[in-house]
Design a protein around this ligand. Structure first.
Ligand code: SF4
Length: 89
C-alpha cells in the first residue's frame, strides 16, 4: 500500500509534502501540474497527509471515490517518461 496524491494538488503543487517525506518518494516534472508518490518507495508513514494545505493526500484505502483513478495515475507516472527528469522540487 501507499499514500496517493489526488486532484486537489493539480495546479497547486505546494510541495509541503516533499519537505516532510522521510524517504524522498514524492516527485514531479517541470511540465506536470501535480506531485506523485512512488508506491514502490512509500513506507506508509503518513507524515505527508496532514501537511498538505489542500487535503490532496490519502492512504490508498481512504481515497475518496471520485479520485480513485489517482491510485493508478500515481503508479503509472513512474512507468512512463525518462526517470532522469523526475524532480523533488
Ligand atoms: Fe512519504 Fe510517508 Fe507520505 Fe509515503 S506516507 S509519501 S513515505 S511522507
Amino acid at each position: 500500500m501507499a499514500y496517493i496524491i489526488t486532484e486537489p494538488c493539480v495546479g497547486v503543487k505546494d510541495a509541503a509534502c516533499v519537505d516532510v517525506c522521510p524517504v524522498d518518494c514524492i516527485y514531479t516534472r517541470d511540465a506536470d501540474d501535480q506531485y506523485y508518490i512512488n508506491p514502490d518507495e512509500c513506507i506508509d508513514c503518513a507524515a505527508c497527509e496532514p501537511v498538505c494545505p489542500v487535503t490532496a493526500i490519502f492512504s490508498q484505502d481512504a481515497v475518496p471515490p471520485q479520485w480513485k483513478s489517482y491510485i493508478e495515475k500515481n503508479a503509472n507516472y513512474f512507468k512512463t517518461g525518462d526517470p532522469k527528469t523526475l524532480k523533488r522540487k
